[in-house]
Design a protein around this ligand. Sequence first.
Ligand SMILES: Nc1ncnc2c1ncn2[C@@H]1O[C@H](COP(=O)(O)OP(=O)(O)O)[C@@H](O)[C@H]1O
Ligand SMILES: [Mg+2]
Length: 319
Amino acid sequence: MAGAPPVEARGLVKRYGDVIAVDEVDLTVEAGDVYGYLGPNGAGKTTVLRMLLGLITPTAGQVRLFGRDPLVSGAAALEGVAGFVEAPRFYPYLTGRKNLELLAALDGGEAAKRIDEALDTVELTDRQRHRVGGYSHGMRQRLGVAAALIRDPRLLLLDEPATGLDPAGMRDMRALVARLSLAGTTVLLSSHLLAEVEELCNRVAIVRTGRIVFEGALEDLKRTAGGGWRLRTTDDGRAAEVCRTQRGIAEVRVDPLELRFEATEEAAAALSVALVEAGLAIRALAPHTATLEDLFFRLTEDGADPVSAAGRPAETEAA
Ligand SMILES: Nc1ncnc2c1ncn2[C@@H]1O[C@H](COP(=O)(O)OP(=O)(O)O)[C@@H](O)[C@H]1O
Ligand SMILES: [Mg+2]
């Protein structure tokens, strides 16, 4: 089916007894996207990827990969699709290269001819003759990507590719995903790290206990998250008055522990001078970077959500 999007899932549900691991998930990944499926542990990320790859059957709902149903078309639906769920698995006593050769033999076709290039892309050429048992976690993850690349995928599905890596390993994995995307591969990755998704992805779904609470462009998400500034002074009540008379300072909110407002960096700098002139000392003035927890809180702010309400330090302090 020409022009069908790489991934289309509608009303996906997966139940395990009483546990609803995935709850009415709709998502569309367009060609060229680096799509982030973002949520904490237990949110159902791996379960969704398993359903997309046809490894498990949904309780309800549909999956289409380039217009094909993995449950009906089987292996044919996975043509042009590759990736891994949880950690990629290899024979530890064989070399990285030998592992890829075995996989290529299973895959048939041209896969074996792509091994050199795949190793090069994931920067494992130098270590290809070493046994996988001696690889670092990051190297094994990269070999997992190489194993996907020998299938020459147009769509790459990666389940928390950078989780558990050290900072250098994370940087390498992110750079690798960025390179693959630039080379034209559509990527769907799951992550529990907002910063990672922000760095890599153009579209995101934010999931919580199986349910998508936000789906869309990262730019819209950032607007939802609001950047904003946080300020603490020796007298926040008076500081709020200064904020309200200061040009370029908007949406001033007095929280029990701090003030929040929207401003450009220049306006925030001018405010710092005005505060000092008003005889107030600044304890902290910093732009706020939203975390996944902040986003969950804002996205569920109107609903009675005991988890996010209890997790908000400002409220427990005020009580
Ligand atoms: N095979 C299974 N049997 C029973 N429960 C499962 C199974 N797989 C996942 N779950 C449950 O489904 C929920 C989502 O799991 P998972 O998809 O692994 O989340 P994530 O990958 O986001 O951490 C969890 O509550 C998990 O315990
Ligand atoms: Mg998982």
